[in-house]
Write a protein that binds this ligand. Sequence first.
Ligand SMILES: *[C@@H]1O[C@H](CO)[C@@H](O)[C@H](O)[C@H]1NC(C)=O
Ligand SMILES: *[C@@H]1O[C@H](CO)[C@@H](O)[C@H](O)[C@H]1NC(C)=O
Ligand SMILES: *[C@@H]1O[C@H](CO)[C@@H](O)[C@H](O)[C@H]1NC(C)=O
Ligand SMILES: *[C@@H]1O[C@H](CO)[C@@H](O)[C@H](O)[C@H]1NC(C)=O
Length: 341
Amino acid sequence: MLFWIVFLPALACSSAVLGNRTDLPFFHGHVFENSSPSSRVNGLSVPVKRLNSQRLCAAEETGALQTTVHFKLLGNGSDKFRVLAHHKRGHILLKTSEVLDREERAEYTLDVGLCCGLCAEENEAEFPVVASIKVDVLDTNDHQPAFTTEDVKLSLDDATALRSSVYALTARDGDSGKNAEMIYFVVPKNGSFYAVPKTGDILLVDSILGLDEPIKFEVFARDRGWPPRTSRSVLVQSDEPLLINVSEDAGIGSVVMNLNPVRFQTAAFELVEPDLESTPVSVSRDTGDIIISRRLDRETEPLVEISVKVQDKRGKKRRGVTCGAPGSPVLRVRLGRRLIE
Ligand SMILES: *[C@@H]1O[C@H](CO)[C@@H](O)[C@H](O)[C@H]1NC(C)=O
Ligand SMILES: *[C@@H]1O[C@H](CO)[C@@H](O)[C@H](O)[C@H]1NC(C)=O
Ligand SMILES: *[C@@H]1O[C@H](CO)[C@@H](O)[C@H](O)[C@H]1NC(C)=O
Ligand SMILES: *[C@@H]1O[C@H](CO)[C@@H](O)[C@H](O)[C@H]1NC(C)=O
């Protein structure tokens, strides 16, 4: 049942006429989402005296000594609440009739309808409306942050400036307020990268010069709700070494790939590892061409790994190199071979 019964002494008959909606007494309450059914709507206490019910019902049932007054909630969402009367205090209050979800609906504006005598299952329009009630559904931290991106591959080179942002990650949270405020952080914390807690910008904070392995780290977002919730991580990793397959039949002097364009307008390329004698390729200093310099033999050398140094010829004008090391960026190229059948 959506109503409770109040007994009120009938007063002298008066021709009470309800004003339009702007004249209705208005009440405002709130309840936390996920509260169990029958939770009270807080901050809401509606004195029955203000609802004009005595006069309305007395007007309808002239001469009755006592009128039975019922209240009924009307409007979109009224099935989510029950109206009850605290008869000793002459107040009516609302309780939830089911578990509410703020993310589904954050507020309800309901009418309190009045029926004198028994509330029949009539058309809602036949109950005079005596009050308007707004219920806010308050947030609980029931959503965990989630990143808007999948795992990330970063293209980093050793010329990336320290403290520069290399990526911006964003997480979303279905909750509101503090429950949706994000703190970003990187694991491992002692690595070369740092997440700006408030923005999710990923900064390079330590030199990555000459590292052999691709760099991997995870970024998490945690909300500021209580208890806080933490997102699943996004895995960020730098590029794998470039791997290209070269046919065993490739002729001496043929170009297997070109390392340009790089981020510098004019660059010089230099093979740093291994030395020229032990590798079957050479690197053209000015063009970045990788050139076959001797016959390839798949049986003795199925994989060749070389490191190429790329230097910005503009020297002093090189932007953003604050790694401190005098060395230049290193590209790494691995050459595999494929037999042509
Ligand atoms: C409702 O009442 C207000 C003042 O009480 C009045 O200004 C307004 O015109 C009325 N609206 C209607 C639709 O009767
Ligand atoms: C009830 O209100 C909700 C949210 O304001 C709305 O999405 C829905 O369409 C409404 N339903 C009806 C029957 O008006
Ligand atoms: C960070 O700390 C962990 C454990 O203390 C250690 O294993 C790891 O090598 C460190 N990483 C770096 C980049 O210093
Ligand atoms: C190189 O060859 C291997 C094995 O045949 C293959 O899996 C790989 O995709 C090839 N890589 C490129 C870049 O063609």
